[in-house]
Ligand binder design. Sequence first.
Ligand SMILES: Nc1nc2c(ncn2[C@@H]2O[C@H](COP(=O)(O)OP(=O)(O)O)[C@@H](O)[C@H]2O)c(=O)[nH]1
Ligand SMILES: [Mg+2]
Length: 367
Amino acid sequence: MIFTMISLILPTYNEAENIPELLPKIEEILSGIPHEIIIVDDDSPDKTWQVALDLSQNKEDVHVIRRVDKRGLSSAVIDGFLAAKGDVFAVMDADGQHDMELLPKLYVAVKENNGLAIGSRYIEGGSVGGWDERRHFLSKIATKMALHICSVKVKDPMSGFFALDRKVFEEVLPRLNPKGFKILLDLLVHVPKETKATETPYTFGVRQLGKSKLSWKVQIEFLEYLYDVTVGRFIPLTFVKFCIVGTFGVFVHLIAYGVISRSIMDGDPLTIGGFSFAVIGATEIAIIFNYLLNNSWTFAHQKLRGTSAIVGFFKYNVACSFGALANWAVSAYLFSIGWIDFLAVFTGAIVGVMWNYTMNRMFTWRK
Ligand SMILES: Nc1nc2c(ncn2[C@@H]2O[C@H](COP(=O)(O)OP(=O)(O)O)[C@@H](O)[C@H]2O)c(=O)[nH]1
Ligand SMILES: [Mg+2]
């Protein structure tokens, strides 16, 4: 009989207190199976990587990856899989919440079905344990939404505790989305429909020590993920965000125009020169506002910092200049033929926004 090796990935962020207790227990449970354990730590401030390195001295089957330039559970798991030598891969939280006694069962299930084996909280015999009402409720809604997009349906697509065949991972790798927390969901979305998935019940335990990293940011990333794999295939999320920022920008533009034009009018009627001056000043204010918001939100995954942020700002201005020109030309024309000034300014701004997305996507935040 050929023994297949299992590679267990433990993603960690600030789990220095949990690892020393966890590791010997896992080794004990996996002692009958050829195995390796790969701890993937994102340069935790509590130095989990150091604790893990110390524990792995003289142990050939424990490896530590310390990532200094990346952050995120899903991408940590993917990097762990990429370094793994086994034919069966598994993932487990490093905080004691997953029932590690289940690991051999998951391993056997994957050897039998050549697909996925999931530790499930939502089938008979499983449970979410001591969660509060709020988290339970959010999890149920998220699970329902998630199921719609999976090509293989299971009861607990959001589980963080599962195993899979190396070949399944390798096949979907190019399509995986490393954003956020939900690596299993992402696998279930992208695997071929005929992939087998078995579920084994377990009760979600209490975290041994430390805090959960499931922040609001992670929950928003989940919604963004749902968008990305559905409508986002046709209308990119960055475009939607850019439009939201652009809409705020139009309001900033209108307010800035109001303030500048009213202060230069000083009770007199507005001349076309005064109008143009106010439109141009308001445009630059809106450009600054939009740049800051786009850089920190729309393109957060490519955020420009330091000198690049300053260079980016100049590029943004250049890219926006044609939009600004179109904005000014349209609004000045409409004003000259007698439109109410605010309506002329508004219409010009909309023309500018459409132009700007295209230019900046191609120019400032080019991949
Ligand atoms: N490498 C890495 N691990 C993470 C990150 N966020 C969470 N983890 C780990 O992923 C596992 C699940 O996170 P946890 O905070 O327990 O989430 P919860 O169980 O849903 O409350 C734990 O082992 C965390 O240490 C991250 O950004 N990078
Ligand atoms: Mg946990």
